[in-house]
Design a protein around this ligand. Sequence first.
Ligand code: SAM
Ligand code: 2KA
Ligand code: SF4
Ligand code: MG
Length: 193
Amino acid sequence: MESFYTIQGEGFHQGRAAYFIRLGGCDVGCFWCDVKESWDASKHPQMTIDTLVQEASAFPGRLAVITGGEPLMHQLDALTGALQEAGFETNIETSGSSELSGSWDWICLSPKKFKAPLPGILPRANELKVIIFNKSDFEWAEQYAAQVSPSCKLYLQPEWDKSAQMTPLIIDYIKANPKWELSLQVHKYINVP
Ligand SMILES: C[S@@+](CC[C@H](N)C(=O)[O-])C[C@H]1O[C@@H](n2cnc3c(N)ncnc32)[C@H](O)[C@@H]1O
Ligand SMILES: Nc1nc2[nH]cc(C(=O)O)c2c(=O)[nH]1
Ligand code: SF4
Ligand SMILES: [Mg+2]
């Protein structure tokens, strides 16, 4: 759909320069999704892996973040192999709802109620990032925290339009349950892509 060089705004790698590759297509349908224009893959141009890697290599950063849409709707072995071959760290942002493919340095799993993650990705996640839209999402987040590996980082991120209401609840929750950390969509505060 698009690619851009920016600062990773969320999660463990927040603050790092990163080249984002946003792949078209999503079959999950979160009603609060902040990139609904990504859902229909046919509305976006196809690009070759060579071109994507070449464009990414024009910038000095060597962190690539594959997102979407739901990137795992695509078979990602060739793209991630080519990126790693060119010296990139490969990170993914995914709901985990389609089969895992690709060679990853870091997997950020953000599970969704609308299409659950497949079980295979849970032990592979380096980071679990749960979006908090309402109070019941804390209990739901714990169900996933119980299924990831002991070393998996745990983040709670407010849904953007509910952040005024949810961020104070998230802060209280993290103070009481310090295994969790806060993830904010910093790029939206600093107005970068
Ligand atoms: C747009 S999604 C694309 C990748 C993948 N489909 C997924 O959901 O993980 C990228 C990240 O943004 C988060 N996100 C999407 N809409 C959001 C919103 N309105 N507020 C907060 N986070 C949001 C997702 O949970 C995910 O962690
Ligand atoms: N700066 C920036 N950081 C991000 N982290 C995850 C994003 C995504 O949409 O996957 C994202 C994004 O869209 N922009
Ligand atoms: S899974 Fe990701 S891209 Fe798909 S609707 Fe949900 S937030 Fe948007
Ligand atoms: Mg985003």
